[in-house]
Write a protein that binds this ligand. Structure first.
Ligand code: FES
Ligand code: FES
Length: 212
């Protein structure tokens, strides 16, 4: 560009500098975009579904593997895929405890747990509480204290009581009430359930306790 046609302050050096900076900026933004695209692809590759995916875990001491859509709950898998119908789906929204199961030693509402999330876990349902055809002490005690009417809530109460006694072998009545607070019995058999929990832990039932 002839000197006389250049805008004031414009020189060959400033032109080259400007072009160089723009090229660098555009190269950097190209690299950033490539990185973002690669990251998105990685995330997309890591995602599974929406079609069926394989989920493997151990239930009641046996290996199980199912192929289910990611939206399927553990409660549905236990009942519909594995035929373990002791786990009840009552409210299907985490408020009644009817679907209580033990996952890696912890009490869990199976209706609020995706099957996808128990990949590799160790699960015990009410069917796995008894061992070798012999009822667990909690089950015996529920029977002895007539701790059920319709029985629909009973598997959940038994599982929740078993988890409590695993953690606290001799719980107080208050601890029992608190631990079973997530389980609802519409038939109102609470007193008998508390008696059963007390006796299963080797303690006198409420009616035999002074000051209760
Ligand atoms: S059915 Fe799961 S909490 Fe009620
Ligand atoms: S025994 Fe009927 S809901 Fe508990």
């Amino acid at each position: 560009m002839p000197e006389e046609t250049r805008p004031p302050g414009f020189s060959r050096r400033s032109f080259i500098k400007t072009v160089g900076v723009s090229a660098t900026v555009s190269t950097l933004s190209g690299i950033a975009e490539a990185h973002a695209a690669a990251r998105e692809k990685e995330q997309a590759d890591a995602l599974e579904g929406p079609g069926p995916i394989a989920v493997a875990f151990t239930v009641n001491g046996k290996s199980a593997e199912v192929r289910v859509e990611p939206s399927v709950t553990l409660a549905e898998v236990l009942r519909l895929n594995l035929g373990l119908t002791g786990t009840k789906i009552i409210c299907d929204r985490g408020s009644c405890g009817g679907c209580s199961v033990i996952v890696n030693g912890k009490l869990v509402n199976a209706c609020m747990t995706l099957a996808f999330d128990v990949q590799g876990a160790t699960i015990t349902t009410v069917e796995g509480i008894s061992q070798g055809g012999k009822l667990d002490a909690v089950q015996e005690s529920f029977l002895r204290h007539d701790a059920l009417q319709c029985g629909y809530c009973t598997p959940g109460f038994i599982v929740a009581t078993r988890v409590l006694l695993n953690d606290v072998p001799k719980p107080t009545l208050d601890q029992i009430k608190k631990a079973l607070g997530g389980n609802i019995c519409r038939c109102g058999t609470y007193t008998n359930i508390f008696n059963a929990a007390l006796e299963a832990s080797g303690q006198a039932p409420i009616m035999d306790q002074k000051g209760v």
